[in-house]
Ligand binder design. Structure first.
Ligand code: AP5
Length: 210
């Protein structure tokens, strides 16, 4: 977990590669649904465009279905879920039904300056989901995905007014779950400042300690 732009997606990709388990990013799943125009996509689009959270019930169904798949049987990295206290309870139920449990929760931190710079410069690939940054991780050819050649786009919710709303939602609804996981002894805070590779070294060290 972490504030928007803290680098959750960037670090989760590295972590899943290192651990050989799937990454379950609720943001990516929802964006794909919106792009495909599926029933779920039509239901959640309005929430996402204004930086609001998607209702817990819809998130619960989505996560239960995803974690129940075969590839998640030996573990997974959750990115962006849970985000509310009700989602913590939903996750407890889903994991209980699968006979699984959380081993660690990481809270990635970042300064407001870094967050704004990272989100304003982020470019994403609508074809394969790869994430770039105009300065920090530029594609080889400007505006074109290195992996699949699609034209890169800016996320709808990376507009300034929506970023501010997402930060507010994080403080009000998601930070309280960090306290809940800290009380369970599962939470480790990881400093998200610096190059992605430096952050990953800290994350791996925290994982080793946890
Ligand atoms: P989601 O996609 O989860 O967005 P978010 O939490 O706002 O986080 P971001 O994806 O913006 O940032 P990130 O921390 O992953 O940073 P990244 O690695 O990309 O959710 C989007 C929406 O979906 C929500 O607003 C909500 O509507 C809905 N939703 C999702 N889950 C939900 C849930 N559980 N319940 C209800 N609704 C839900 O990095 C950002 C940029 O910075 C990139 O360009 C990257 O290249 C760059 N960068 C990363 N790390 C570094 C670094 N160390 N140094 C320099 N640049 C860096």
């Amino acid at each position: 977990m972490g504030v928007p732009g803290a680098g959750k997606g960037t670090q989760a990709v590295r972590l899943t590669e290192a651990l050989g388990v799937p990454r379950v990013s609720t943001g990516d799943i929802l964006r794909e649904a919106v792009q495909n125009g599926s029933a779920l996509g039509r239901k959640v689009r309005g929430h996402m465009e204004v930086g609001a959270l998607v209702p817990d019930e819809a998130m619960g169904q989505l996560v239960a279905e995803r974690l129940g798949r075969q590839d998640a049987r030996d573990g997974f990295v959750l990115d962006g879920f849970p985000r509310t206290l009700d989602q913590v309870a939903i996750l407890d139920r889903v994991l209980g039904s699968l006979g699984a449990k959380l081993s660690s929760v990481f809270l990635l931190t970042a300064s407001e300056r870094d967050i704004v710079t990272r989100l304003a410069g982020r470019r994403v690939c609508p074809g394969c989901g790869a994430v770039f940054h105009v300065n920090n991780r530029p594609p080889r050819s400007a505006g074109v995905c290195d992996d699949c050649g699609s034209a890169l786009v800016q996320r709808q919710d990376d507009r300034e007014e929506v970023i501010l709303e997402r930060l507010d939602v994080f403080r009000k609804r998601t930070l309280p779950i960090a306290r809940a996981y800290a009380e369970r002894g599962l939470l480790t805070e990881v400093d998200g400042a610096g190059e992605p590779a430096q952050v990953f070294v800290r994350l791996q060290a925290s994982l080793g300690n946890a």
